[in-house]
Write a protein that binds this ligand. Structure first.
Ligand code: 6R9
Length: 652
């Protein structure tokens, strides 16, 4: 977005619908007062929020942190168990009959499952005791590779219950990616399903695990039967869940955990190297997800909340499992895809389960917008009360369609900016408190202190644009990169000393609203999925005909960004369609189908500085087709490379 275009939207207010203000749990005045207190009297504020949870030992302090040197602790003398807070305490409070999860299968004719909190407790205990029987102990890392089915949530909660550290891997990742993640955190157990369903097709989850385990060993694999498809079982290593769980005890105490004990590891892409194992700890994450869910979605008892994210991403962790369940909410889990069997699947599902709060990604909205209004209008969406988006910037046009066509112009839309590393929502409007601006995430959540800084680290005031940093710690902040604290410090706290650097660019308007402009590092956002360009490059250069590769993002109508790969071949090799196909396959094999290149551009050379650095700025411009504004090319070792690249692009 150009500076000028961006400013036009500054004044484009969408008033907070009157209906949202009724009975909401946060008025504009309350937001102001609570926000001020969350900064000025942070300890008291967060101890109060934390008091909604049940602690086996109540914390007496809240934040104890420094960003230089980096050392973050919250509620450090407290002790609690997240599974107890998400499950058992609701049953103990007499709400065992309340629905915890509704499962909508891939096949719309398939069996829906409705799971009460009492049933969830029984399921989680069965899973927890089965894990113990398999030898899982407190502190062990457990890899979870599951479809979007309730057993995935049971597995996460069972780990939390016994103090094991879960590492969920999205079902779209390849065996190589699984092996890398198992190895990195020395995970010794895997929980997977036989297969998953996706748009009527099966995903060979167990087969992918088997392939991964040819490269790296684990003690045991627990296999949950889901599709009933044929899978190989490795005697001594693999156990069917329905067999191993037979006869396990019906009780299993929740392990009391220190607030700073690890809860989970989740791998995410950065600008360099392999994905990082972002580590979240028990107490701060629990408080952050409970509090953000409560205020951002303004949840009211009995409502059905639907977050369409997969549990393999942080959004699924925080807003399919931990946020809703800690609030005693009813969360919908959907195994399928938005466009199968038809483009109305989301809306059919909203109507079928009377969803009140719907939370999805802009990429899905843009794809569904293309199908027009008819698929939406076929269904009764009157149960909806609030809409949300997450994962990438939403263009005002998609925002308006979402608000007008899905929300009939009467629903608040929360555009929530946050990251794997932040644990939960950081910048958003609150439904009862704020008017909205299409395309702007809005205002900081309680305790969040955003700062925009220029390239030299100067903090910029007022209406301005810069790199988005967070100046103070918040409870949900990741504590480290598993096994590599230096990398954690280097990645997030070294660019601007004493601040957490998000990697995003951002603009703040005169009303104090934040507009995320996208990543300023070498991370691209494809359909709301974070991808390191370095990861795709590594996959490409593994091919023996490839000499060098440089990958950049380019604007894509549906995906937000697409993957554009520049490839130079070994001396004597010629580009061909077969080679292009082989390279695409190579990337799918190393990372997964989500990393499939959109464009492969074979080029005899890449633009480099005299010191040999690839000039990505130029590659980005060419991929964006903005060849008239390449900027300064005088530092190039061989400026003629650029002409060749432009020709290659135009001939494509
Ligand atoms: C939750 C999640 C994080 C990156 C983040 C930013 C982009 C997320 C956004 C958004 C604009 C929003 N992002 N939400 N950009 N507006 N509402 O997506 O985590 O997968 O770690 O991605 O996604 O670029 O830095 P994660």
């Amino acid at each position: 977005m150009t500076e000028q275009a961006a400013h036009i939207h500054d004044d484009e207010w969408v008033r907070r619908p009157a209906a949202a203000a009724e009975g909401t749990n946060c008025t504009p005045e309350q937001y102001e007062a609570m926000y001020r207190r969350s900064i000025d009297d942070a300890d008291a504020f967060w101890l109060e929020q934390a008091a909604r949870l049940e602690w086996t030992r109540k914390p007496t302090t809240a934040g104890d942190w420094s960003f230089d040197p980096v050392d973050v602790r919250w509620f450090a003398d407290g002790q609690l168990n997240v599974c107890h807070n998400a499950v058992d305490r609701h049953v103990a409070a007499g709400n065992g009959e309340r629905l915890a999860l509704i499962f909508e299968p891939d096949d719309p004719q398939g069996p829906v499952r409705r799971i009460t909190y009492a049933e969830l407790q029984a399921e989680v205990i069965r899973m927890a005791n089965t894990l113990k029987k398999m030898g899982v102990a407190k502190g062990d890392r457990v890899t979870i590779y599951m479809p979007m089915v309730p057993a995935g949530a049971f597995a996460m909660l069972a780990c939390a219950r016994i103090g094991a550290v879960h590492s969920v891997i999205f079902g779209g990742f390849s065996p190589e990616a699984i092996a890398g993640r198992i190895e990195d955190c020395a995970s010794t157990f895997v929980i997977c399903a036989d297969e998953g369903w996706r748009g009527g097709k099966t995903i060979p989850l167990k087969r992918n695990v088997d392939a991964a385990l040819e490269k790296v060993g684990v003690k045991a694999v627990l296999v949950i039967r889901h599709t009933g498809g044929d899978v190989a079982m490795n005697a001594g290593r693999d156990h069917w869940y329905h067999e191993l769980s037979d006869g396990v005890a019906a009780d299993c105490p929740c392990e009391p955990m220190a607030a700073e004990d690890p809860l989970f590891i989740l791998y995410t892409s950065g600008s360099t190297g392999k994905p990082k194992g972002v580590l979240h700890t028990v107490g701060g994450y629990a408080v952050w997800t409970e509090t953000t869910f409560r205020y951002v979605f303004d949840y009211r008892p009995g409502e059905v909340f639907w977050c369409t994210a997969d549990i393999g991403w942080v959004t699924g962790h925080s807003y399919v499992v931990y946020g809703p369940l800690q609030n005693g909410a009813t969360a919908l889990m959907f195994e399928g895809v938005p466009n199968w069997p038809d483009h109305d699947r989301f809306w059919a599902t909203v109507a079928k389960h009377k969803v009140a709060i719907f939370y999805t990604a802009p990429t899905a909205i843009r794809a569904l917008m293309r199908e027009g209004t008819a698929p939406v209008e076929r269904h009764d969406l009157s149960s909806l009360r609030l809409l949300g988006t997450v994962g990438e910037p939403i263009n005002p046009e998609a925002w308006r369609w979402y608000s007008d066509t899905v929300g009939k112009g009467r629903l608040p839309v929360v555009d929530t900016w946050w990251q794997t590393e932040t644990g939960g929502v950081m910048i958003t409007t609150l439904p009862g408190a704020h008017d909205m601006k299409p395309g702007s995430a809005g205002k900081p959540f309680f305790g969040v202190c955003p700062q925009l800084v220029d390239g030299d680290g100067n903090v910029l005031d007022g209406a301005t644009e810069g790199n988005l940093c967070i100046a103070r710690s918040w409870p949900g902040q990741a504590r480290t990169v598993y096994g590599d604290h230096d990398r954690f410090v280097q990645t997030y706290f070294s660019t601007y000393k004493g601040k957490y650097f998000t990697g995003d660019g951002c603009r703040r308007d005169a009303d104090g609203y934040y507009w995320i402009t996208g990543r300023v590092d070498d991370v691209i956002n494809v359909s709301g999925h974070r991808m390191g360009t370095a990861e795709v490059e590594s996959a490409l250069v593994l091919h023996d005909k490839v000499a060098e590769a440089a990958v950049v993002g380019f604007p894509h109508d549906i995906k937000g960004q697409g993957i554009y790969c520049y490839v130079t071949l070994m001396e004597g090799e010629e580009p061909s369609d077969d080679l292009a196909a082989a390279l695409r396959q190579q990337v799918r094999k190393e990372i997964g189908p989500i990393a499939s290149p959109d464009h492969l551009h074979f080029t005899p050379a890449l633009p480099k500085t005299r010191s040999g650095k690839i000039m990505r700025r130029i590659l980005r411009k060419i991929a964006e087709n903005e060849t008239s504004s390449l900027g300064d090319t005088s530092t190039l070792a061989d400026p003629s490379v650029v002409d060749t690249l432009i020709e290659g692009r135009l001939n494509r």
